[in-house]
Design a protein around this ligand. Structure first.
Ligand SMILES: C[S@@+](CC[C@H](N)C(=O)[O-])C[C@H]1O[C@@H](n2cnc3c(N)ncnc32)[C@H](O)[C@@H]1O
Length: 210
């Protein structure tokens, strides 16, 4: 699955961002889409935040606007070049989410938007364990990603979008119980919210204090 538009969108950050903004309309617009996963997490200049799989920085810029110390990590140097140009105050690191170059207990918040659907199931589990490692005790993992629509009217649009832009891993995510997976990996206090007819989900999970 996926079409040439997937390759073009990853090769061209402005095209990727235009597609993301267009799709975000269904989730209440770009601003809401970019902040909804972590909107109730209190952040200050003392907070350290990781935007995991940050791409060209579409969500990173909203995290940076809180005044928190923000780090963005992605494996794509091309995306990071774009992110560094637009957000010179943010520390961007090239790396793999499966083996992050950070000490344990480094972050108060790890955020990831529309990235877990890119991963194979075992890879996704490894990444979730890595997130648990780099979070401080009591820290929050907040994510937004696809979900199986609860409103059948949203199926055709989502199916078309996945066919054009995504691979089998996105379809596989629709069959995955993400809160259940996070709980299996050791997270607690799980909150899931569905958006856009259930075709998107946000999940917040906490690293236990002990
Ligand atoms: C669909 S994009 C999402 C980008 C951004 N979070 C956003 O909301 O626009 C997925 C991103 O995950 C990155 N990525 C995929 N697998 C990765 C991995 N194993 N480690 C680090 N980054 C990865 C890709 O390079 C890409 O930038």
């Amino acid at each position: 699955m996926a079409t040439i538009l997937r390759d073009w969108s990853f090769a061209c950050a402005p095209l990727y961002e235009a597609i993301a903004s267009g799709a975000a309309v269904l989730a209440g617009g770009e601003r809401h889409f970019r902040q909804v996963a972590w909107q109730n997490v209190s952040l200050s200049a003392d907070s350290s935040v990781l935007d995991l799989c940050c791409g060209p920085g579409g969500a990173t810029r909203y995290l940076a606007a809180t005044g928190a110390r923000v780090t963005g990590l992605d494996r794509s140097e091309r995306s990071l070049r774009h992110a560094r140009e637009r957000l010179p105050g943010v520390h961007f690191v090239q790396g793999r989410a499966e083996a992050m170059p950070f000490a344990g207990a480094s972050f108060d918040l790890v955020h990831t938007s529309v990235a877990l659907h890119e991963m194979e199931p075992t890879q996704r589990r490894t990444i979730i364990c890595e997130v648990l490692r780099v979070l401080k005790p009591g820290g929050t993992f907040a994510l937004i990603d696809y979900h199986r629509p609860t409103n059948p009217l949203y199926w055709p649009g989502l199916a078309l979008f996945l066919w054009v832009f995504e691979t089998h891993t996105a379809w596989e995510l629709l069959a995955t119980d993400l809160p259940g997976l996070l709980a299996e990996c050791g997270f607690s206090t799980l909150k899931q919210q569905l958006l856009a007819g259930g075709s998107l989900q946000t999940v917040q999970a906490r690293k236990p204090q002990v």
